[in-house]
Ligand binder design. Sequence first.
Ligand SMILES: *Cc1c(COP(=O)(O)O)cnc(C)c1O
Ligand code: SF4
Length: 400
Amino acid sequence: MTDEELYESLTPFSTAPRDLWPDVADSDWNDYRWQLKHRVSTLSDLESRMTLTDEERAGVLLAGTKLAMSITPHFFQLIDRNDPDCPIRRQVIPRIEEAWTAPEEMADPCGEDSHMPVPGLVHRYPDRVLFLVTDRCASYCRYCTRSRVVSGVGEQHLEIQWEAAFRYIEKNPQIRDVLLSGGDPLLLSDNKLDLILTRLRAIPHIQFVRIGSRIPIFLPQRITPELCAMLEKHHPLFVSIHTNHPRELTNEVKAGLIRLAHAGIPLGNQSVLLRGVNDNPVIQRALVHKLLMCRVRPYYLYQCDLINGSAHLRTPVSAGLDIIEKLRGHTTGYGIPQYVIDGPGGGGKIPLNPEYILNRQPGRVMLRNYENEVFEYPDPQPIPQSALDALHDQAFSQNH
Ligand SMILES: *Cc1c(COP(=O)(O)O)cnc(C)c1O
Ligand code: SF4
């Protein structure tokens, strides 16, 4: 396939097939409660629906004590069951490699536990906090950076101390931005979310709130008009979604995203760069173009964290830089995410960019553009006083 053929094959919005659940009524399929109840989460259920490779079967058997498997019927139907390398499949079906821990890997690669003043509240940057409001998701990503607490089967349990967390935010006026995450906050009921948002909104120094969620992708049925109407009461509210591959953006997903946008919610996307999933500039170009059509602005492209069992999904840093190099200048600036590495052990997000500065000398900088043409930009120099004096004379010597 040429690059253009690949791009053309990935860009259309399709509707998720339903062939594996043929007798389900539309009203059930479109009901997020039905979707949650019928998630594929056991080896026998999985094998009754598709043929696994040996690597996958071993992965499922070994995953039980690390990060649960769970896949919504909607997302499951996006898997190409005839392709063992399907990019959707690699994200949610465990593989044997996941059970191997590389020496550089960690249970808490972003050092979150050491930055929690209250359990469930990560305070790394002075002016904003990350509030983990649940440990459950609609489906589980095999590379999840929080797998130590997410899904309930791993080595730690998330203990949220609601009252202590709210009080900490209330007592620290430098906090102006609260990011709700988890787990997936949109898995909470409308009512519970409403209570959390109401409490946060009542704090005078909280300027805005954001929600990080993969529900619009895993469970688009959850984006109901009622949810949107509730969220709309709490503006300014931003939502960051998480999608990695253009095939995840189906018609159902697009409809949910447009509903959120209609409720006035600015939408961003956070992708994780994953080997064999999206480590390809053409796939990334198709992804960001489809996101813009769904009214979502690409926000971050994350280098995969050094989470235990992720070696088979991680790419070299050069792969991410190459993707940004091939987007910047070549497509809409709104479509270009910031590539970042979360500093291993806890340094926060560090931006990575291809090098556009060739040389810096006192008074000037040598640059290159996206086509590798070279430009010189001189720093501003003071205007000579003699020139200003001459202009002064010219202005006031005339008769007006
Ligand atoms: C990512 C993150 C944030 C938010 O960072 P932004 O760059 O503002 O999106 C806040 N706190 C923690 C701990 C984070 O990991
Ligand atoms: S949706 Fe987010 S929190 Fe949940 S498993 Fe995936 S990466 Fe982890």
